[in-house]
Design a protein around this ligand. Structure first.
Ligand code: GLY
Length: 292
C-alpha cells in the first residue's frame, strides 16, 4: 500500500449544516500530511503535521477552539506515538500553548520522561522555545458561549466532541497523534484518554496505529487504543478491529466515541457509535475519502 493518512475531527453530534465545513477541515489536514509524506517525511512527521493543521482550525476542540474548564481557562492534552521503537510523548492538563502536539513531539524526542502534566508540562515547553499564549488566543466565541450555557444550566455538561487525531503510514512505519481541549467545564487538572498510551493514542509498527475520540473517562477504562492494536496484531481487518473496540466500549461501560486506525500495511479502519465522527483519508497515489 502507498503512504497514507487518516484523520478525525472528533466523534459527537455536529449539526447537519456544519458537517461539510468540519469535513473540509479534516481534508485540509490530510492534504498537509500527504505533502509531508510525498516529500519523504516519516509517518511521525505526517501525523504531527495533520494534527497541527487541526489545532490551528477553530472548528475543532484542540489548540485554537479548545473547551473551557471550570475556571474559564484552557488546559490541553496531546500525545504522539512512533510505531518505530514504541516511542511516546505526551502532555496533559497543560496551560495554553498553540501547538500542544509539537510539545508532545519534543517530549518524545528528548525521551527522559514520557508524559508531563500541568505547570511541569508548561515549564518543559517553555524551556524548548514554545510560548505560553493568553487563554483568550485559544478561546473562540462559540466555545465561550457553550461554556456559559453549561454554567448557566442551559446546556448539558459532559464530553464535548471535536478532539482531533491522525494516524499515518509512510510505507514502513506507522505513527499516531491526538490532541484535545478535553471536556467543556471540566474540573481543573482533569485528564482524558487522549494523552494516555493505549487509551486515546497508540502505534506499533508490528500491528498499526490508532487515535480515539469520545468520552475520555470511559475510553480510558476500556483501553480502546489497545483493543484496536491488539486486534490488528492478531491479523484483524482494521474496519473490524475498530468496530469491535467501539462495540466493547458500549457493552462494557456504556461509552460513546469513535476511532480511526491504519494497520501496518496501511489499510484504514474507523468506527463510531455517535451521531457523527468527522474523518478524512488520503494516500499519496491520489485516492481520497471523507465523511461523517
Ligand atoms: N476524548 C477526549 C477527552 O475526553 O478528553
Amino acid at each position: 500500500m502507498p503512504p497514507s493518512v487518516i484523520v478525525h475531527g472528533g466523534a459527537g453530534n455536529v449539526a447537519p449544516e456544519r458537517r461539510a465545513k468540519h469535513v473540509a477541515g479534516c481534508e485540509r489536514a490530510v492534504a498537509a500530511a500527504l505533502e509531508v509524506l510525498r516529500a519523504g517525511g516519516r509517518a511521525l512527521d505526517a501525523a504531527q503535521r495533520a494534527v497541527e493543521v487541526l489545532e490551528d482550525d477553530p472548528l475543532f476542540n484542540a489548540g485554537w477552539g479548545s473547551c473551557l474548564n471550570e475556571d474559564g481557562g484552557v488546559e490541553l492534552d496531546a500525545a504522539l506515538m512512533d510505531g518505530d521503537g514504541l516511542r511516546y510523548g505526551a502532555v496533559c492538563a497543560m496551560p495554553s500553548v498553540r501547538h500542544p502536539i509539537a510539545v508532545a513531539r519534543a517530549v518524545m524526542e528528548e525521551g527522559r520522561h514520557a508524559i508531563y502534566a500541568g505547570e511541569g508540562a508548561l515549564r518543559f515547553a517553555e524551556a524548548r522555545g514554545f510560548a505560553r499564549v493568553p487563554d483568550a488566543e485559544l478561546i473562540t466565541e462559540q466555545a465561550r458561549e457553550r461554556w456559559e450555557a453549561v454554567r448557566a444550566g442551559r446546556a448539558e455538561a459532559g464530553w464535548s466532541g471535536g478532539t482531533v487525531g491522525a494516524v499515518a503510514f509512510d510505507g514502513t512505519h506507522v505513527a499516531a497523534a491526538t490532541s484535545t481541549g478535553g471536556m467543556m467545564d471540566k474540573r481543573r487538572g482533569r485528564v482524558g484518554d487522549s494523552p494516555l498510551p493505549g487509551a486515546g493514542t497508540y502505534a506499533d509498527d508490528l500491528a498499526g496505529g490508532v487515535s480515539a475520540t469520545g468520552h475520555g473517562e470511559k475510553i480510558l477504562r476500556v483501553g480502546v487504543g489497545f483493543l484496536v492494536v491488539a486486534a490488528l496484531r492478531g491479523g484483524a481487518d482494521p474496519m473490524a478491529a475498530a468496530e469491535q473496540a467501539i462495540a466493547t466500549l458500549a457493552a462494557r461501560v456504556e461509552g460513546t466515541g469513535g476511532v480511526i486506525a491504519l494497520d501496518c500495511a496501511g489499510r484504514p479502519g474507523r468506527a463510531n457509535n455517535t451521531e457523527t465522527m468527522i474523518w478524512a483519508w488520503g494516500s499519496t497515489d491520489g485516492a481520497r475519502e471523507s465523511g461523517w
